[in-house]
Design a protein around this ligand. Sequence first.
Ligand code: SF4
Ligand code: SF4
Length: 272
Amino acid sequence: MFEKNARIISEELISNYPKIDKNSKFRFECKPGIECFNKCCNNVNIFLTPYDIARLRKALGIDSTEFLSKYTILPIAQNLRHPIVMLRMDEKTLNCPFLGDDGCLVYNDRPWSCRMFPIGIASPNEAEKLNNGEEFYFLIKEDVCKGFDQNREWTIDEWFTDQGLDEYQELGELFKEISLHKFFVTARAIEPVKLEMFYMVCYDIDKFRKFLFESTFFKRFDVDEDRKEKIRYNDAELIKFGFEWLRFSIFGEKVFELRKDYLDLDKNKVKQ
Ligand code: SF4
Ligand code: SF4
């Protein structure tokens, strides 16, 4: 069992793993037939990003509300300032729910952290403490993983391309800006309604889409038709729009303006 192989890794462990930079090479290969095949998909903490959920729920043919209720848990801890969502391991076997005999059943849509493995990336906090504030990568080396004994060599860029990480990176970086926003550090108390909004926008994305299109949202806020159509059909566009909405609705940044005709309508209602 691969107990220490948490995709969320403690600072103490990170400091023991070898650091690598963008130009250095590392040796690794994971393939069917390797003696440790599937062992890393057990008892593992995999946090999910909005784009992970968008991809997984689509691959499974269900909506985000059903996905969240069937396959995820919401860990509760005092130091968590906003909800995070993790894959729910099977209660008996502790296997990932998407682990099959021949490997990952959702391989083409597997989460960001599964694609990254065995590369870890330090958070700004860890970079501050362990590398004078400079972002760094590290190799998650565990004895049970025989991938490091193989001969194939990679740079980080080559690994990212091979694992289809490029399309996850842009949305991942934007999500990082939201989830590490100074608001969550400085706010004394965060109203439950704001946390619910965060949860819906970041994770329950089909509910968020309904919220946008089945309410007066687009009557109140100016969003051009072209963008509206993209948000209606494209999950990445919906997620990006959601991050902007959180900046406005939770952090108080002036990203949106109320439509003038809606304001006039409102004033007239008051006069009547
Ligand atoms: S999603 Fe796939 S690769 Fe990731 S832990 Fe589950 S089975 Fe393994
Ligand atoms: S090589 Fe490492 S990543 Fe691949 S199956 Fe084995 S333990 Fe998992």
